[in-house]
Design a protein around this ligand. Structure first.
Ligand code: NDP
Ligand code: HSE
Length: 444
């Protein structure tokens, strides 16, 4: 049978990995897919570099539209990135009747509804395993492996750059800015690392997982996004002393009133496996009503790990290429007409309605009655305290210090309750600096 012909748009880190792994493992892949899968055309802005990366049989152009226009190309793989030209090219490829594979989480988290609707109309597949957690087959697990379950929550370390930074801050007691420079030197963080460190990249991925887990549209604009830039080495150490690690988690959780969709630093019990995921590695936990809690671990980025996911999509499409469109696995796991587009059905909840527990650190005057006032405010707000630690003033501010740190762990409460309590505590004259609040996830 004739090979499936693939056109690559962009042959950078992931594109070159895809080309190399497809070539290296072509026989194994063909035995699995049932027919050959061949990259026959590549578009990249740097044609000379692209030509040096591929074999002589591959046509290299600098105009991505020439790939889309080629009638012999069955699958277009978009590996350019971003929301600009990538969006136009993906929509044009769909319009031209091509199946699309992309690793572009930013594009799908923001424009997924439009893209999947266009693909549904044209009867083509849009596959995006590489868009979440790189080499970990989490999309496949959520969409197919766990299809029997009513999924309760998904929580993951889905940004390698920030996990590397947090691991280094904990291991070496260094501050954020120092480790960020190290991450850039090692090539983990981009020259402009904003999307990683501000939690945006993780929120793109969490948004995609929320859609597949709960049958809701992709709604990045409703996600709560908080990065790691304000975390101090001090809080990482205090958390450690209390038996927790701080991780940047992407969380999608079902509540009776709707879906929580949020990314923020979280205290996670050190005894959980996910708390021990270090460096640039990724891990995702999924809790389904039938299966219980499951955990998926691996490399979330890099040339060949990400290519592994791109090629898995190519194989899936190759196998289903000739199948009736109704027999294909839906893009977002749920049949398109079964997705809750009606906001009232399963809304993404505002952060004020999220329920979680908290770590609070207050820099206070070391005076009689301060602890009682603070705990009194929490009690008045109906917030139950799990643990309180008051540091020795000397340890915090040096010998003779008149200030100390008060660290409080709470039980679950609604975020709005905590916002109000923090505002009250902050107004106390004995609370000397801005209160640090980090959410806590038991992931039990
Ligand atoms: P790179 O920047 O390494 O590669 C992108 C390539 O696209 C470059 O070679 C670039 O050329 C080329 N390009 C840019 N504009 C055009 C255009 N108009 N037409 C044709 N080619 C173009 O990116 P990555 O490979 O790292 O990322 C690709 C996608 O994969 C992104 O969506 C990213 O988020 C996603 N991803 C990346 C992972 C990783 O580990 N890197 C992991 C998971 C997902 P030039 O360099 O000359 O500008
Ligand atoms: N910037 C991302 C990360 C790359 O650090 O995880 C993979 O999506």
């Amino acid at each position: 049978m004739k090979s499936i012909q693939v056109g690559l748009l962009g042959i950078g880190t992931v594109g070159s990995g895809t080309y190399n792994v497809l070539r290296r493992n072509q026989q194994e892949i063909q035995r699995r897919a049932g027919r050959g899968i061949e990259v026959t055309m590549v578009a990249d802005l740097d044609v000379d570099r692209a030509k040096a990366l591929v074999g002589p049989g591959v046509a290299v152009v600098n105009d991505a539209r020439a790939v889309i226009a080629n009638p012999d190309i069955d699958i277009v793989v978009e590996l350019i990135g971003g929301y600009g030209i990538a969006k136009a090219l993906v929509l044009e490829a769909i319009e031209a009747g091509k199946h699309v594979v992309t690793a572009n989480k930013a594009l799908l988290a923001v424009h997924g509804t439009e893209i999947f609707a266009a693909a549904h109309r044209k009867g083509v597949m849009v596959a995006f395993e590489a868009a979440v957690a790189g080499g970990i087959p989490i999309i496949k697990a959520l969409r197919e492996g766990l299809t029997a379950n009513r999924i309760q929550w998904v929580a993951g370390i889905i940004n390698g750059t920030t996990n590397f930074i947090l691991s280094e801050m904990r291991d070496k007691g260094l501050d954020f800015s120092v480790v960020l420079q190290e991450a850039q030197r090692l090539g983990y963080a981009e020259a402009d690392p904003t999307f990683d460190i501000e939690g945006v990249d993780a929120a793109h991925k969490a948004t995609l997982m929320s859609a597949i887990a709960f049958g809701i549209p992709v709604q990045f604009d409703k996600a709560y996004v908080e990065g790691i830039t304000r975390l101090g080495a001090q809080d990482i150490q205090y958390a450690e002393q209390l038996g927790y690690r701080i991780k940047l988690l992407g969380i999608a959780k079902r509540r009776s009133s709707g879906i929580e969709l949020r990314v923020h630093p979280s205290l996670v019990p050190a005894k959980r496996l996910i708390a021990n995921v270090e460096g640039a590695m990724n891990a995702v936990m999924v809790h389904g009503d039938a299966v219980g809690t499951t955990l998926y671990y691996g490399k979330g980025a890099g040339s060949e790990p990400t290519a592994s996911a791109v090629i898995a999509d190519l194989v899936d499409i190759t196998r289903l290429h000739t199948a009736d469109t109704a027999q294909r696995v839906p893009h977002l796991a749920f049949q398109p007409d079964a997705i809750s587009f009606n906001e009232g059905d399963l809304p993404v909840l505002p952060m004020s309605e999220v329920v979680t527990s908290y770590y609070l650190r207050l820099r206070v005057a070391d005076q009689a009655g301060v602890l009682a006032k603070v705990t009194g405010i929490l009690a008045d707000a109906g917030i139950s305290i799990d643990a309180v630690i008051q540091r020795e003033a000397d340890e915090v501010g040096g010998e003779g210090s008149t200030q100390t740190d008060l660290i409080i762990l709470t039980h679950d409460c609604v975020e709005a309750q905590m916002d109000a309590a923090i505002a009250h505590m902050q107004a106390l004259p004995t609370v000397l600096t801005a209160i640090t609040r980090i959410r806590k996830e038991e992931l039990a």
